[in-house]
Design a binder for this molecule. Structure first.
Ligand code: ATP
Ligand code: IP8
Length: 246
């Protein structure tokens, strides 16, 4: 079982609001379709926001910790993510990948400590029936805060735990986590060792960019890989490209 995140920075043009990178999304969908044709059975896809969702959340002052009680704002953020989800599903379905949406907004919530609760019965049933569930970063109800953002990275880490994933991959716009000379760091097992090179995202991002990603993945017991689009196919075939976080 593989849990794969398609980074919003890959499948969209992250610095241009609500702009898809159709070419990159097509390449990602090709790699997924090829892996399934090659025998991959259990795959859960999660996609991030990129230029969908982050801009809306930022305009409404909403992040993973700052919430809103304005339903119109919640629906604006959720609506942007659903639009991107439709594009992702469309590209997968065109390639005969049996992809179905799972919208975290309708299923997940946070408690008053910000702890995520994401029920997975629906996802497990979809997998058992041969579908590819496609989740996305979203906005969700948050006890004591209204509604806050949940990043695709957080969903990936949570799903990896509850579904006992064998492999976890994050496909982003960079070939891995880069050091001060822009070389890919092979392995990260401690935040402080790399904190100095970890930044936010270059574009509008309410979930913490690379620093947030590394922090979330370090908290996960299983190993996870961060790699670029060119390495998606090798990752799905069993290789460990990019940076391994353990
Ligand atoms: N040391 C680093 N190595 C690599 N990228 C870094 C580093 N520090 C900061 N970054 C930034 O992190 C970005 C990747 O994080 P980002 O959260 O944008 O990725 P994503 O998950 O693909 O997108 P999204 O969050 O929209 O789903 C890179 O584009 C880069 O701007
Ligand atoms: C901004 C929203 C709504 C989701 C962000 O998910 P991410 O791009 O995985 O951080």
């Amino acid at each position: 079982m593989i849990v794969l995140k398609l980074g919003g920075s890959v499948v969209t043009e992250k610095d241009r609001p609500e702009t898809l990178d159709g070419e990159a999304l097509g390449r990602a969908a090709d790699a997924i379709a090829a892996a399934i044709d090659g025998g991959l059975e259990d795959l859960v896809v999660v996609h991030g926001g990129g230029s969908f969702g982050h801009h809306n959340a930022s305009e409404h002052g909403v992040s993973t910790t700052e919430g809103t009680r304005d339903a119109t704002a919640v629906l604006d953020i959720h609506g942007a993510m659903k639009t991107l989800n439709q594009f992702v599903l469309g590209r997968l379905l065109e390639r005969d990948v049996q992809a179905l949406p799972v919208h975290p907004f309708s299923a997940a919530a946070r408690d008053d400590e910000g702890e995520l609760d994401l029920p997975t019965r629906q996802i497990e049933t979809m997998l058992a029936e041969g579908f590819v569930p496609v989740l996305h970063g979203d906005v969700i109800a948050h006890a004591g805060a209204g509604a806050t953002v949940v990043s695709g990275d957080e969903l990936v880490a949570d799903l990896a735990r509850t579904l006992e994933a064998d492999r976890v991959g994050l496909c982003s716009t960079v070939p891995g986590v880069l050091d001060e000379e822009d070389a890919v760091i092979d392995r990260i097992d401690e935040f402080d060792a790399v904190a100095a090179v970890l930044g936010a995202s270059d574009a509008t991002d309410v979930t913490g960019g690379m620093a947030g990603k590394v922090r979330t993945l370090l908290a996960l017991e299983a190993e996870a890989a961060i790699f670029g689009l060119e390495a998606l196919e090798p990752f799905l075939e069993g290789e460990n490209p990019g940076t391994t976080i353990d």
